[in-house]
Ligand binder design. Structure first.
Ligand SMILES: Cc1ncc(COP(=O)(O)O)c(C=O)c1O
Length: 410
């Protein structure tokens, strides 16, 4: 094999378990609870196709051209209105918004502009792998925060911060990374009290909060909780939103909402990465938002996902209630359920048996930077059909029972 002279970062890059696993998705008969990709049936393709035709024919001098690094003013205006109407966020100007190539690239830009190799930052355990990858490009010094049903354990955060302060290391801490709604991979939501506690601690130690919220608009039941951005404002919080789960991930549109000084830095970093987010998809989305009420259009999508989520929960109840020590999260929205098996189960090792039985899931260790989560797995209910959810949970049960018996755990 040809050897190349890779940089230290280049050498660190290895293939992700999720990507490896998704290779098996196309095996005939395989049911996948793996990837967190939306159901294509939910894409408003005819409406998008109409808007695209207009944007290409009538606005080609913008939509087929390079655009401003900050993003398309038309989309910014529509999105600021969207945030005002749906999240009650007032007072934003164009300078408080940057449009990125999905929120993944925003995570990368934040990593580049905020982290030195000795910087520390807080992430949840389990963690969203994409954020962990983006942050660890610049610093490996993450601090894990355990998750509970109500989100990040804030007592633990408080203790850690106190410890860092006493050790004289607090100035190295750059941010707390939070997925407030329907966490990927855990499915849990940070309650209001804990949101306020995190803000209080961030104020005390002068830390930035990165609020990554791709799933907040996909609420299937229960009361919405105000965003941390709304609670604490742009001096303390930078919020990431995306159209990937509510319009189309293929359009690759993400939004950074934050302080103009921070955003100006991100813009400079973005110039080195991609010059600008595609003008075409931005203008299509901008005109789409002018023409349609996206929140209203989401209602049938929410109905589809709610049904699938309820079905998976029901099947888990029916199939796993008799395996003592097994529990799972009950999300009120989003795309994921986090299932934990009794101690001793190793879901990574169990994957081969799962594949043999025609079922894919993502093992818990894939979501942990420093090991652990061995007996957990992420189950996604958004893509499989209802019949596949029923059959898939049965195959999962079969796999767990076979593995448990083989290892003497059941
Ligand atoms: C928590 C979280 N952040 C960011 C992303 C990246 O989304 P995108 O780049 O498609 O906007 C995802 C995608 O699954 C996610 O779950």
């Amino acid at each position: 094999m040809k050897e190349f002279k890779f940089s230290k970062i280049g050498q660190k890059l290895t293939s992700s378990i999720i990507r490896e696993l998704l290779k098996d998705v196309n095996i005939p008969g395989m049911i996948s609870f793996g990837g967190g990709v939306p159901d294509p049936k939910t894409f408003p393709r005819y409406k998008l196709s109409e808007v695209t035709k207009e944007v290409l024919e009538n606005e080609f001098s913008f939509s087929l051209q390079y655009g401003p690094t900050e993003g398309d003013a038309i989309l910014k205006k529509s999105y600021i209105n969207f945030l005002r109407k749906n999240e009650g966020i007032e007072g934003l100007t164009e300078d408080n918004l940057l449009i990125t190539v999905g929120s993944q690239s925003a995570l990368y830009l934040l990593s580049t502009t905020l982290l030195d190799s000795d910087s520390k930052y807080f992430v949840s355990k389990p963690v969203y792998l994409g954020a962990a990858s983006a942050f660890s490009m610049n610093s490996m010094n993450h601090i894990d925060l355990p998750l509970t049903e109500d989100g990040i354990n804030t007592d633990f955060l408080e203790e850690k911060l106190l410890e860092l302060d006493e050790n004289g290391e607090i100035s190295k801490v750059r941010f707390i990374y939070v997925i407030p709604n329907f966490h990927n991979p855990a499915g849990v939501t940070l309650n209001l009290e804990r949101r306020k506690k995190i803000i209080e601690l961030a104020e005390k130690y002068d830390l930035l909060i990165i609020e990554d919220d791709p799933y907040g608009d996909l609420r299937y039941e229960g009361e919405g909780v105000p965003s941390m951005f709304k609670l604490a404002g742009k001096d303390r919080v930078v919020m990431l939103k995306t159209f990937s789960k509510i319009l189309s991930p293929g359009m690759r549109l993400g939004f950074v909402i934050g302080h103009e000084t921070l955003l100006r830095k991100l813009v400079l970093a973005k110039q080195a990465v991609d010059l600008c987010t595609p003008s075409l998809t931005q203008r299509i989305a901008g005109r789409f938002l002018e023409k349609y009420d996206l929140k209203e259009l989401l209602k049938p999508t929410i109905d589809i996902y709610r049904r699938k989520k309820d079905l998976m929960l029901k099947e888990l109840e029916e199939n796993f209630a008799d395996i003592k020590g097994t529990y799972w999260t009950r999300p009120q929205g989003g795309l994921f359920i986090w299932l934990t098996l009794p101690e001793g189960f190793d879901t990574m090792e169990m994957m081969d048996l799962g594949k043999k039985n025609g079922i894919l899931f993502i093992p818990g260790t894939a979501f942990s930077i420093s090991g652990g989560c061995d007996n957990s797995m992420r189950l996604s209910f958004c893509l499989p059909s209802e019949e596949d959810i029923v059959e898939g949970v049965r195959r999962l049960k079969k796999t767990v029972v076979e593995y448990g018996k083989e290892k003497g755990l059941l």
